[in-house]
Structures are given as structure tokens and as C-alpha cells.
Write a new protein. Structure first.
Length: 73
């Protein structure tokens, strides 16, 4: 749980700080830890490549909700 929170916070910080570069491999690896959905992982990679921080933020929020729903069951 702590590990999950730490990587999510680190990614959120990077997404929200436009002065920090988005490394597409880093982003893809983080999303790979958070979800098994290959389409989300690919979209995260593509968004990082295009420096699309808004889409990355939305994807991350969706994955966080998905993971919370799984834990609640």
C-alpha cells in the first residue's frame, strides 16, 4: 500500500509540475505497476511522448479509482 501511494504521488508531482520533463518510459513503467490494462499503459506512454499532462492526469485518476474499487471489494 505504501509503495503504491509513493509511486502515485511521485507521478502526480511530475505531471503537475510542467518544469519536470515527462519521460515516456518512466511513465509507462509506473502505469505498468498500477494497472494490467495494456491500452491504458499505451495511452499513458503516448501521452507522455506528446507531453499531454491533462490526459496523463485523467488516466492516473481513473487507475486510482479502479484500484480503490478493487481494494474495497
Amino acid at each position: 500500500m505504501e509503495y503504491y501511494s509513493g509511486i502515485v504521488e511521485g507521478l502526480e508531482e511530475r505531471i503537475n509540475n510542467s518544469e519536470k520533463p515527462l519521460n515516456s518510459i518512466y511513465v509507462m513503467n509506473i502505469f505498468n505497476h498500477l494497472t494490467d490494462d495494456e491500452s491504458i499503459i499505451q495511452e499513458a506512454y503516448n501521452s507522455a511522448e506528446m507531453n499531454d499532462r491533462n490526459t496523463l492526469y485523467i488516466l492516473l485518476q481513473n487507475v486510482k479509482k479502479e484500484n480503490k474499487n478493487v481494494k474495497d471489494k
